[in-house]
Design a protein around this ligand. Structure first.
Ligand SMILES: C[S@@+](CC[C@H](N)C(=O)[O-])C[C@H]1O[C@@H](n2cnc3c(N)ncnc32)[C@H](O)[C@@H]1O
Length: 159
């Protein structure tokens, strides 16, 4: 598969999963956390899906399109590994992490801290959506929406 096809399928999986869990998350209280704001495309989608909900975004620095940039109080800069620690226990309804790089050695380092952070920020029954697989005793894998191949994107519920 070409890298273009792979990229499109990954983003399609991301969007389809976020769409599939919208009602579930809509029934829960708590903020949405967006780890890896990037240029803000997914943030913009989350805003559309969860109008009025606090969405806190994280990245090394702000590099998003101005129209997809959170208010300063909802934008956290720095290494998520460190900046995310202040949000443990916040009781998020949804945490989404799109911080994989496609480089196995870099992603392996991210996976030494990301599962614990994702589990720690979620409320009980909160939903984790991730581009990297999250192995953690408090994160139970949920079935993917129809048409999404296993391993393309990942979906969990905090137990
Ligand atoms: C693939 S992009 C996210 C794209 C985003 N979903 C969008 O719609 O634009 C990944 C982002 O995560 C950020 N990132 C990756 N690891 C990070 C870390 N440890 N701390 C802070 N930001 C990180 C990168 O700077 C990059 O902007």
């Amino acid at each position: 598969m070409s890298r273009l096809d792979s990229f499109i399928r990954r983003l399609t999986a991301q969007r389809d999963i976020l769409n599939a869990i919208t009602d579930l998350v809509g029934e829960m209280e708590g903020p949405v956390l967006e780890f890896g704001l990037g240029n803000g495309r997914t943030y913009d989608h989350l805003r559309e899906k969860f109008p009025g909900r606090r969405i806190i975004a994280f990245d090394w620095e702000v590099r998003s399109y101005s129209a997809s940039t959170p208010a300063p109080d909802d934008m956290v800069t720095g290494n998520i590994r460190d900046s995310g620690q202040a949000f443990l226990g916040i009781g998020a309804a949804l945490a989404h992490a799109d911080i994989g790089t496609g480089h196995d050695e870099i992603d392996a380092v991210t996976l030494t801290w990301l599962p614990q952070l994702m589990a720690g920020v979620l409320a009980p029954n909160g939903i984790a959506v991730s581009g990297l697989p999250l192995e953690h005793p408090e994160l139970a894998a949920l079935p993917l929406p129809e048409g999404i191949k296993e391993g393309r994107y990942f979906l969990y519920r905090r137990v």
